[in-house]
Design a protein around this ligand. Structure first.
Ligand code: SF4
Length: 341
């Protein structure tokens, strides 16, 4: 068979399902190549990661199979394809191994189906379970990119971390790590591992992770200023709760990264209000978003946080607190001026 591969939204990172499909069908003796509009194919496999991606019209194949989380959350690869070693030759521009050792995440309170913001527990299950040994997708590369959503929550974490440490490769954990599972045993293996930067997450303000982050900062897995922590804002937390997380992390020398939920719906890529935003959101929602944006800018600069450790004194936020309304979307500002407000 002649097979075409298509990954329309995988521009800056290799498409793992497509690499596995390629490996599987090549091993079975098929002719496999990237899809081209001027060729004829027996089958085209199209893998879409993000919903809303524009997919080119495919009219030159007897059969087209679509898959990926951009299509729906139910489709999965057949086990014999899922466990194929990826075909790295189709992405010569990348020099790292990529894959999952585990799938799933037990943080059900984050699940979209329960009012949260993450598709993982719904898509991959609410238990972090081992799905592969490292040898399944690592073929000796000097770098390994791990896509696991919550490796540390897996009951086989010690075995898997030991496999990673033994590889001697530099490990890039793509998913935020779960601070609750870092204990002495885990920290001891992490210290043997080559990891450039760590990224943890503090998503739920109701969860007090202060002790955990204090432990991580002092554990010696990395200098604290190479440990980033994503702080989710604009979703279910108040400004006070967000600030509590940011101040706590800074106290331990860790790097808070303020993440703003739905940011792209409020502002464009230059940080400017989107047209008509005042019709879609209430005044309170717009103001809360703006505070998150200020907090993001303030906390992203180590120098700024040092020279101005109190967020209330950060110029932009202070002016807002003093009643300056220049933060408002232009249409709302005009309206208030016209009303004498
Ligand atoms: S911990 Fe991460 S992967 Fe797990 S549900 Fe929360 S956001 Fe999703």
């Amino acid at each position: 068979m002649k097979i075409g591969l298509l990954a329309p939204d995988s521009h800056n990172f290799p498409n793992l399902p497509i690499m596995k499909i390629s490996a599987f069908y090549k091993a079975a003796g098929n002719e496999v190549e990237w899809w081209r509009a001027d060729e004829e194919y027996d089958v085209v496999f199209c893998s879409v990661i993000f919903s809303g991606t524009e997919i080119p019209q495919i009219t030159n194949a007897k059969r087209v199979e679509y898959g990926g989380s951009g299509v729906n959350l139910e489709n999965v690869l057949r086990p014999e394809i899922e466990h194929s070693t990826p075909d790295y030759s189709i992405y010569p521009q990348y020099d790292f191994a990529v894959g999952f050792l585990t799938r799933g995440c037990p943080r059900l309170n984050h699940a979209q189906s329960r009012g949260g913001f993450c598709i993982t527990p719904d898509k991959d299950g609410c238990v972090s379970r081992k799905v592969a040994d490292l040898s399944e997708f690592w073929t000796g590369q000097k770098k390994i990119s791990l896509l696991d959503q919550n490796l540390l929550a897996c009951k086989d974490r010690i075995d898997l971390l030991n496999q990673l440490a033994a590889s001697g490769a530099e490990i890039d954990f793509k998913g935020g790590m779960d601070a609750r599972f870092v204990n002495e045993e885990v920290a001891a293996i992490l210290k043997k591992m080559r990891v450039r930067n760590y990224f943890f997450a503090w998503d739920d303000p109701k969860e007090d992770l202060s002790d955990r982050f204090g432990y991580i900062a002092s554990s010696g897995i990395k200098n604290p200023d190479r440990i980033g922590v994503y702080v989710l804002t604009n979703f279910w937390s108040t400004t006070e709760q967000d600030l509590h997380s940011v101040y706590t992390l800074r106290k331990f020398g860790l790097l808070p990264f303020v993440m703003i939920y739905d940011k792209q719906k409020f502002v464009d890529e230059h940080g400017k209000w989107r047209k008509g935003v005042e019709e879609r959101y209430s005044y309170e929602a717009l103001r809360h978003f703006k505070v998150c944006q200020y907090m993001q800018r303030w906390s992203a600069s180590r120098a700024l946080m040092k020279s101005c450790p109190d967020f209330a004194q950060y110029d932009m936020y202070r002016r807002m607190l003093e009643g300056d309304d220049r933060w408002l979307p232009p249409a709302l500002r005009k309206k208030r001026t016209a009303c004498g407000g």
